[in-house]
Design a protein around this ligand. Structure first.
Ligand SMILES: Nc1nc2c(c(=O)[nH]1)N[C@@H](CN(C=O)c1ccc(C(=O)N[C@@H](CCC(=O)O)C(=O)O)cc1)CN2
Length: 282
């Protein structure tokens, strides 16, 4: 029997996007310039193609222009860095997103650092990581930022809570842990070398599963009453949490689909309009 309340990312994202669309329209009217997001995709990974298309579609609906750069899988590090620097220097582009993952032959960190900090609407540069870590204003990584908004929406105050983040990726696990720490949670990171994963997760008041392993976290790993955030995006729209069993123990839980995913894109759109407003001096 399901006991947990659902954290509805679709509904909250819709409200954020509606508000963002109004701000985009107002900005365009006042400046004569529409906010513009550049998306960069290396190769043709089907999931990445889908995610980029979703971002472009939502941009269009929100009155945000998007410019897409599709690069072949064999693109070199130097070519990718040059592309991102050119977009960083282009005044018509206000936000830049490099779709992750890029090919293994590419130094993704070097590529992220080629994005101008003022256009880092995906929150992937060291500059953004620093502001996130110190709880200062700046761009946040989109999924982590979306997770924090969901927690706020459902009155989950991280202060003093034990938060366990399963995963330590640069765009998800690490920054969400830092955002939780900046809000005074006691944060533990778990990863592939963590011993007794279930025992660690069972200590958590807030669990963020962000590892990319389908249904890794099961009901028996969840402390009764815990808040469970499933940030896993695996093939077939399956999360990192076994929803049915986890929902029997959790107090609040995000579904997949309809939880964290829509919040990722809403955060991207919102930050693109923020970036455009700042660059256009509004
Ligand atoms: N540069 C980045 N790369 C990637 C990011 C990111 O934030 N920045 N995140 C992930 C995947 N991702 C966006 O890129 C993403 C994944 C899933 C969704 C989403 O809304 N999913 C829906 C279901 C999908 C569907 O309806 O078909 C949901 O959960 O409800 C959005 C974005 C990887 N790379």
């Amino acid at each position: 029997m399901t006991q947990a309340r659902l954290m509805d990312g679709t509904a909250l994202a819709r409200r954020i996007v509606e508000d963002t669309a109004k701000r985009a329209a107002d900005l365009t009217e006042r400046t004569g310039v529409a906010p513009c997001l550049a998306t960069v995709l290396v190769g043709e990974d089907p999931a990445s193609v889908t995610y980029v298309r979703m971002k472009q579609n939502r941009c269009r609906k929100a009155g945000i222009e998007s410019r897409h750069v599709a690069l072949p899988a064999a693109t070199t590090n130097g070519e990718l860095v040059a592309t991102l620097r050119a977009l960083s220097d282009d005044p018509a582009v206000h936000g830049i997103l490099l779709q992750h993952p890029v090919g293994e032959h590419i130094d993704e960190r070097a590529a992220f650092e080629a994005i101008a900090p003022e256009k880092d609407v995906d929150g992937v540069t060291f500059a953004s990581f620093a502001t996130m870590s110190f709880g200062l204003p700046g761009f946040v990584s989109c999924t982590p930022g979306g997770i924090m908004r969901l927690l706020d929406e459902y009155d989950v105050d991280p202060a003093g809570k034990r938060a366990v983040v399963v995963g330590r990726s640069a765009i998800l696990g690490k920054p969400v842990g830092m955002l939780l720490l900046a809000r005074d949670a006691t944060v533990t990171y778990c990863h592939s070398r963590t011993r007794e994963l279930s025992a660690v997760v069972r200590e958590a008041d807030v669990v963020v599963a962000a590892v990319g392993r389908p249904r890794l976290i099961r009901g028996e790993d969840v402390k009764p009453g815990a808040v469970v955030v499933d940030a896993g995006y695996n093939a077939g729209n399956v999360g990192d949490v076994d929803f049915d069993s986890a929902a029997e123990r959790a107090s609040l839980i995000t579904p997949v689909p309809g939880g964290v995913g829509p919040m990722t894109i809403a955060t991207l759109l919102e930050q693109t309009v923020d970036a455009a407003a700042r660059q256009l001096g509004v």
